[in-house]
Design a protein around this ligand. Structure first.
Ligand code: DX5
Ligand code: ZN
Length: 220
């Protein structure tokens, strides 16, 4: 499976977002990772629906929306996305994850389910018919600049084994949090397909984004 780079927009220069998107296009980035937080499910608030829809209107790079909010089903209709975009919801924040995932797909958008570090892989078991992507959080969500959690490699390996052995080899595994080139290389070998690039790789002061993206691809 092709390996995909998803740039985390919350780490970009928020006062120059149009320029950041244009640089990411030139750098050949595959997806734009957009973090929505509600200050309840996670202790932070980041990008909102209007901003995400505005970014969607200026680029052809598909969006990869990561909803870290309680009851995400309430908000799906606010996002104006299409068949190449993803919406990931958290298993832990939705008592009716199956229904919300089905709703995302009914709207013609790709669906994903995210697992916090301590959530076991078998949480995916009855959701595989409803998802295109499994987002394995490699840090506890909420903030950029954290450290990979101790079980990250084992969890990605287990997730890939679980998906392959249940006939779901097409479901992508995304990893999010402290994805440096070193951690990306390790997690790629464990079976990760989509890499969220934030402050650990792409958005580093004085670093050229195109070169950083090329260097990251080279280690996968
Ligand atoms: C939260 C975010 C962060 C962040 C990743 O879901 O997606 O994890 O942007 O970047 P770093 O490399 O700072 O962990
Ligand atoms: Zn994220």
């Amino acid at each position: 499976m092709a390996k995909l780079l998803s740039a985390s927009l919350m780490c970009a220069d928020l006062l120059n977002l149009r320029e950041a998107v244009s640089q990411l296009e030139k750098a050949g980035i595959d997806l734009l990772h957009m973090d929505i937080m509600d200050g309840c499910f996670v202790p932070n608030i980041t990008l909102g629906f209007d901003l995400i829809n505005a970014v969607k209107s200026i680029t052809d790079i598909p969006l990869d929306v990561h909803m870290m909010v309680n009851d995400p089903g309430r908000f799906i209709d606010y996002l104006k996305l299409d068949k190449n975009d993803y919406i990931c919801i958290h298993y832990e924040s939705d008592n009716h994850a199956q229904r919300t995932l089905a709703k995302i797909r009914d709207k013609g958008i790709r669906a994903g389910v995210a697992l916090n570090p301590q959530t076991p892989v078998n949480a995916l078991e009855y959701l595989t018919d409803y998802i295109d992507m499994a987002l394995v959080m490699t840090v506890s969500p909420g903030f950029a600049g954290q450290k990979l959690f101790a079980g990250a490699e084992r969890k990605v390996r287990q997730t890939r084994e679980f998906l392959n052995s249940s006939g779901n080899e097409n479901i992508l595994i995304e990893v999010d949090g402290n994805i440096s080139p070193e951690n990306g290389a390790k997690l790629s070998r464990c079976g990760a397909d989509v890499f969220v690039l934030g402050t650990s790789s792409l958005f580093v002061k004085d670093k050229d984004m195109k070169q950083a993206a090329q260097a990251f691809r080279a280690v996968l």
